[in-house]
Design a protein around this ligand. Sequence first.
Ligand SMILES: NC(=O)c1ccc[n+]([C@@H]2O[C@H](COP(=O)([O-])OP(=O)(O)OC[C@H]3O[C@@H](n4cnc5c(N)ncnc54)[C@H](OP(=O)(O)O)[C@@H]3O)[C@@H](O)[C@H]2O)c1
Length: 380
Amino acid sequence: MPDVKTILLTGGTGFLGSHLTLALLQNGHNVTALARPSASRSAHERVLEVLTRVYGQTVPPEIVERLRVEEGDISRPQLGLDTAISDRLVGTVDEVWHSAASLSFLEEDRDEIFRMNVDGTQQVANFVSGTRSRRMIHVSTAYVAGDRTGRVFEEDLDAGQTFRNPYEESKFHAERMLRNATSDGTLAATVLRPSIVIGNSATGRATHFHGVYAFIRGLWTVARRLRRSRPASECVDLPLRIRGLETSTLNFVPVDFVTAAAVEISRQPSAIGKTFHLCNPEATPNHLWLGIICNQIGIRGVRLVDEESFDKEPMTRMEAIFHKQMTFYAPYLASEPAFDCSRATDFLKASGVRCPRVTPEFAARMTGWYIDLLNGTASG
Ligand SMILES: NC(=O)c1ccc[n+]([C@@H]2O[C@H](COP(=O)([O-])OP(=O)(O)OC[C@H]3O[C@@H](n4cnc5c(N)ncnc54)[C@H](OP(=O)(O)O)[C@@H]3O)[C@@H](O)[C@H]2O)c1
């Protein structure tokens, strides 16, 4: 594989995909981003806009000159590309990075989630199988582990687990298909499994706000209603019980670690056919991060409780509204397996790329930056 690679990347307008695009460009590679246009902007404009936000300012010409953007759609045959463009890419790309996906957790979106995450990955795999190297870097999720408990190893996939939502299930099926295709030589795939991706470890900045950010936004919205005309700095009582376990954990990984680790692992030929947990070796206890978020928002009285609490004392109206909106998060607050990252750590050892611990200071920086953004006192 050449030092300077020609890469086709999907999901370049998304959180992780945009950070990966910038990191690959900064590493000297040529990147073609396959992206969809929006109603008002071309695919090219959308990718450039998000790259500018990731970079923090206009991306210098010496970086941007190695970026191309092609309009496409992973759910369509030939990735929705014109035949001439598809043929050119098949003949020139050294590697395909697949980061595009549907991140909806909703049961009512099941068909669409599977169409994007399973059928879309199959379309990408079909494309990759026609390239010279058949090399594919697939972004999956650590939560293909579903409802497993205990230690989950990087080589594990099917352990008879059940899934908490169609997103986890779809990502599992995509991984299984890629494993089979790699075993029979159709592909040379590496699977990367991040846990919960959060903002930059130095600045707290993020560019997209799903997952834990939606949870923070939910709490912030309730607090804002409660506070009404009182100053944002004033602490208010918010007696809110949330289903979950104080002692359980969430596994957070800063986006800068995930991108640096992904680039480093992909460089190593022995990564072919392997799966890597891009997770934090030290997950954060729920009481720690929740306490910090509440502090930052200026609320007290939020508690994680078990189901029995609601049997004893029914939900208040506010609790019922909050639970309805945050229902997708409940299983994650109740249990999480321990993601073993020995292989990733081993592959990263020589490079010095290491996942930072989510210390109270780091958690405060990350949530503080986002809450400032919600309060309108910081820029995205
Ligand atoms: N964020 C996390 O915490 C996290 C954690 C673990 C794993 N992951 C995995 O990381 C990958 C990237 O996630 P993310 O956080 O960057 O998600 P994201 O911000 O929602 O981005 C999703 C990307 O997929 C693109 N996409 C969706 N459907 C497409 C289609 N039919 N054709 C072309 N592009 C399509 C989106 O394009 P549009 O802008 O056009 O919609 C967007 O660029 C996913 O595979 C996800 O499963 C994410």
